[in-house]
Design a protein around this ligand. Sequence first.
Ligand code: ADP
Ligand code: ASP
Ligand code: MG
Length: 422
Amino acid sequence: MALIVHKYGGTSMGSTERIKNVAKRVAKWARAGHQMVVVPSAMSGETNRLLGLAKELASGSLGSTHDRELDMLASTGEQASSALLAIALQAEGVPSVSYAGWQVSVRTDSAFTKARIESIDDARVRADLAAGKVVVITGFQGVDDNGNITTLGRGGSDTSAVAIAAAMKAAECLIYTDVDGVYTTDPRVEPDARRLATVSFEEMLEMASLGSKVLQIRSVEFAGKYKVPLRVLSSFTPWDIDINEEAKSGTLITFEEDENMEQAVVSGIAFNRDEAKISVLGVPDTPGIAYHILGAVADANIEVDVIIQNLSKDGKTDFSFTVNRNEFAKAMDLLKSKVMPTLGAAEIVGDTKICKVSIVGIGMRSHVGVASKMFRVLSEEGINIQMISTSEIKTSVVIDEKYMELAVRALHKAFDLDQPTP
Ligand code: ADP
Ligand code: ASP
Ligand code: MG
């Protein structure tokens, strides 16, 4: 008998039929004696639909001036699905109440469209649980100190669920989705991908940050910080499967490394098609150049990922970095209007048709030659590497987007990820 948080993603909540199934599954857990908090996403496609409407109405393109209203708008998707789930639970004979983030309240900062959770007041939720109700709380959203509704970035319901589990010291946070766990790579790109029974927190953090959208990065950060037991599992198993079997299914995120266990050198492959590359060509190779360019970008609240500066020739150098594709136009405008005139750069070129492919594994710490094997595999496929970035447990390359699937599949095979672990 424990406090458990369930999170259901958009596909899992995608129709009234599916919401009924979610309600039946949650009812099973409640009847087994658990206190249940459920965090649903908007029904699949709904967030995109809402944002599409906004785009239609905004003259020109959406900019930061629209951010507050976008949050006001997008948060309604989760509000609708939460109310529907509470109704479905009541129809199952389970007392239930739904709350929007601001009603709980889930407090965030004021960074509209990518707000961070700062605190959660769980008094109301605890009172409902004590009264025997299942509490449904909207994913993806919160409220800032001025009472504005905020959202947590795409995929943010994962973070809502883990943050609520952390705040309430839940026994476990179960993330129900449309695949039955975390795989060696996205099973939609590599059909031979294998489900991992466990994945270390550090590997999950890298995979999420490198583009495996099965968990939003911030949810993994929360889980690590507050040691929230976290599991990813399927919402498409029959709702009435044995609860003990269900509780052990999927992928468990683990926090302790098993010293005796031989770590796989590479555990997974992540890819990200959401980035774009910007190159500032012919900049004077003098101290302060990186700051001059990237400082301006950071001041505009644009996140930068991979960065390279080329060897200088005749006192000039080329400087390249990647940003999120959504922020590409904004970054290019800024560089052209504010940075170029004072920098004396020859040219700025952009490329939105790139992708980043990464190999991730704790075992990379103690093995040499992993990155060079990656480079060899890509060269054998005739894939040109444009940028490279490494850390202790990952190597990432930026390549032409059209080779993404080929690169993922070739690396998956070369690192034996399609083979069962011994
Ligand atoms: P939800 O709506 O449940 O939040 P998401 O679409 O956000 O679901 O995340 C689940 C999807 O993540 C899967 O359908 C799969 O295509 C994708 N994915 C990417 N990388 C992985 C991976 N390594 N393991 C499992 N799924 C992955
Ligand atoms: N509905 C939001 C999105 O589509 C949040 C989520 O699904 O986690 O990004
Ligand atoms: Mg998601």
